[in-house]
Design a protein around this ligand. Structure first.
Ligand code: IVH
Length: 691
């Protein structure tokens, strides 16, 4: 807080400071498409200013950023005056604030003598893009404008015309004048594709889909906009002359969809405020199931007459509120960049950060992927950086805040030697990654053991990263086969390792001995061999010994195996150390037997298995073929009859929700392997009600 000359807190000074900062960030965000701070920090500044102005109404001035709804319109595009202002929304940052809004509404309904019915709400997703208003006269698209300051926006007609799905002509019978409002956004897949092309061209990557969408729309050359693969969801109307008389907001969606506008399929009518909490919770949990970014949920009173009676404040309608999810981006200090070594020797740079609470947890480390990414992002120890943690995704460093970079900060240089064993790091030609090629590098050994025990392989519960590390450090584990000769007495003697948990671990280890051969093959950490290849090998050869003794040519002849995988498998089994591991596993009684080597066993006859999201070891087609090849069906949607839904990374929201609603078992990739081979669901499948 600013202080006056006598040292007292000075609200006027602080208000000035906040206004300057907000104007500065508004300009960076709306005009330059170069935000310096995450949205959440901007929101904090704005909230502080609103609170101070509420406390000191005499200090409110018409040019305060709180009196405008967004960034200022710039001079680069011609101006468009909105006939109906494009208002912003009031934000709620916690469910309790939505409840308070609901209580205000309820009081107002009571005053107006409205029935229970009035409490009906429409819940929409808050799409993270930019608002536009598209004007049609006599069915033709005549103008499109950004929101600008809510009163005057920018003319982006030529650019909006290039966006797929936005009709240029409306069908007969449409209103004489119609302004359709909604959000222009960039899908996550389009954003990732664009960034992949940037990396390939050695260009700086874009920061996030929202800013990229904004920058793409504000291009002088509409051909550039056209190349950016933007999308649009409609959610509101502005000026309307003619057309049907609608009484409810949800009818607007039916009306717009009938005219050919894209309408978000997740719009839902809630019968009352009591349904709000569950809805917010659902989307907070499932926001990353979508192929576009959302930053909250918008709630709107459904009854349009009631909307008119509730009216607006100077900024926003009283009949709507935006519930904003907790922030997933924050800034913090980058203390250092270090390199971790994975099970294949891959050297991954990661950021050591000043701990920061983001995406629902405290983040201290974040991935930087590889040397090229560090170079493209140009983050340097000592920088202030933007950190992002979205859902279950590993936290990552988005980029530096250049305006806060201390003078003389040195570029970070990739180390030449493995930080764990000291061997030289090698970057194979045509690869973006460095690798430590020392097979006995302790980091590689621990990584391989961890992988063997992981859910995608032998699924040994209780043998996660920390325990593997500890057991390796104590010399109890030197390779994956040592798992089967862990000494219970030695484990019980370890600190913080209760007898019960030792027994649980031993039971899980024992249980893993009868896992299908494909799971064992995945667990052996053979380069290039994924789930689909492992299943194919297990089925074709029928026993581990036959895989071990097969020639490279024989392996390459197995359907679904390419020459690269065949060579890698062959080389792995030729390694003397690996043969020792195999013999130790045999002696321990681990299952080496695969299914009968014949035509594919019809394990899934009569079963229906839906696959959604990306799996590690199968493409979508391979997964479906694996189901069908075993006599099962693999349709595109979930129903009561579905036996199981297999979920990979980025699954379709509607499929997951439907499975949960219907109590259909949900499987991960390891469960899928087991189902393919045995035709029965693993005992630990997840159904509705599980966490
Ligand atoms: S309605 C008068 N609905 O959020 C109501 N806005 O913070 C005007 N937004 O400017 C907005 N999804 O850019 C509305 N389903 C949705 C939305 C949405 C995203 C954006 C829009 C608006 C901003 C307000």
């Amino acid at each position: 807080m600013s202080r006056s000359s006598d040292g007292a807190l000075d609200p006027a000074g602080r208000i000035d400071e906040l206004r300057d900062a907000i104007r500065h960030h508004n300009r960076l965000y709306y005009e330059l498409d170069l935000p310096e701070i995450p949205d959440a920090e901007f929101d904090q500044l704005l909230r502080e200013l609103i609170a101070l102005e509420d406390e000191h109404p005499d200090l409110i001035s018409p040019d305060s950023p709180t009196q405008a709804v967004g960034g200022s319109a710039t001079i680069t595009f011609s101006s468009v005056e909105h006939r109906v202002p494009m208002m912003s929304l009031d934000n709620a940052f916690a469910p309790s604030e939505v409840v308070a809004w609901g209580a205000r509404l309820q009081r107002r309904f009571d005053e107006l003598g409205k029935s229970e019915e009035s409490a009906r709400l429409v819940a929409e997703l808050k799409i993270d893009g930019l608002a536009v208003s598209i004007r049609y006269e006599n069915g033709s698209l005549v103008q499109a404008a950004t929101r600008g300051d809510g009163r005057v926006g920018e003319d982006v007609t030529a650019n909006v015309r290039t966006i797929q799905g936005i009709p240029h002509r409306l069908p007969k019978g449409c209103p004489e004048v119609l302004e359709v409002r909604g959000e222009v956004y960039m899908s996550i897949s389009a954003f990732e594709e664009l960034n992949a092309a940037q990396i390939a061209a050695d260009e700086r990557t874009y920061v996030n889909p929202r800013n990229t969408a904004a920058g793409s729309l504000r291009q002088k050359d509409a051909a550039i906009t056209a190349s950016r693969n933007l999308s649009f969801w409609s959610y509101q109307v502005g000026e309307v002359i003619g057309g049907p008389q609608l009484s409810d907001h949800h009818q607007i969606f039916e009306f717009l969809s009938g005219l050919g506008f894209p309408v978000n399929p997740e719009v839902k009518v809630l019968q009352g405020l009591n349904e709000v909490d569950a809805h917010l919770e659902h989307w907070q949990k499932h926001r990353h199931d979508l192929d576009y970014e959302i930053d909250g949920v918008v709630l709107k009173v459904d009854d349009l007459q009631l909307q008119r009676e509730l009216g607006f404040t100077s900024r926003a309608p009283r009949w709507a509120i935006a519930y904003k999810f907790p922030p997933e981006e924050r800034t913090t200090k980058l203390i250092d960049i270090q390199v971790s070594i994975g099970r294949t020797g891959r050297a991954t740079p990661f950021a050591q950060l000043e701990p920061v609470f983001v995406g629902g947890s405290t983040v201290e480390f974040a991935t930087l992927h590889n040397q090229d990414q560090v170079a493209v992002k140009d983050v340097r120890p000592g920088d202030t950086v933007i950190v992002r943690k979205a859902g279950d995704v590993i936290p990552e460093v988005v980029g530096p805040v250049l305006s806060e970079r201390p003078k003389g900060l040195r570029k970070w240089i990739f180390p030449t030697n493995c930080p764990v064993c000291g061997h030289k790091l090698v970057r194979p030609e045509d690869e973006a990654v460095h690798r430590c090629l020392n097979l006995s590098c302790p980091a590689r050994v621990a990584g391989a053991i961890e992988h063997f025990a992981s859910r995608g392989a032998m699924d040994i519960e209780g043998l996660g990263e920390q325990r593997v590390q500890l057991f390796c450090e104590l010399g109890l584990l030197n390779d994956v086969a040592d798992i089967y000769s862990l000494d219970p007495e030695r484990l019980k003697g370890l600190d913080k390792f209760a007898d019960v948990s030792v027994q649980k671990l031993l039971d899980a280890i024992e249980g893993s001995k009868s896992k299908p051969l494909a799971n064992l093959l995945v667990g052996l950490n053979i380069r290039h061999l994924g789930g689909a290849g492992a299943v194919a090998l297990a089925e074709h050869c029928g026993h581990l010994d036959r895989i071990e003794s097969a020639t490279e040519e024989e392996l390459a002849g197995v359907e679904g195996m390419g020459a690269i995988i065949a060579r890698s498998v062959h080389d792995w089994f030729a390694g003397a150390t690996n043969r020792v591991v195999i013999e130790k596993l045999r002696a321990a009684g681990v299952n080496f037997q695969g299914p009968e080597a014949s035509d594919l066993p019809q394990t899934l006859e009569g079963l229906i298995v839906v696959v959604t999201g990306t799996l590690d070891g199968f493409t979508r087609d391979e997964a479906e073929a694996a189901v069908k090849g075993r006599g099962g069906k693999s349709p595109g949607s979930v129903s009561k009859k579905t036996t199981a839904v297999v979920i990979g990374v980025g699954p379709g929201a509607s499929k997951v929700t439907k499975a949960e609603e219907l109590g259909v078992p949900i499987l991960d990739e390891a469960g899928f392997l087991e189902l393919l081979e045995t035709g029965t669901l693993p005992s630990s499948v997840r159904t509705q009600g599980d966490s």
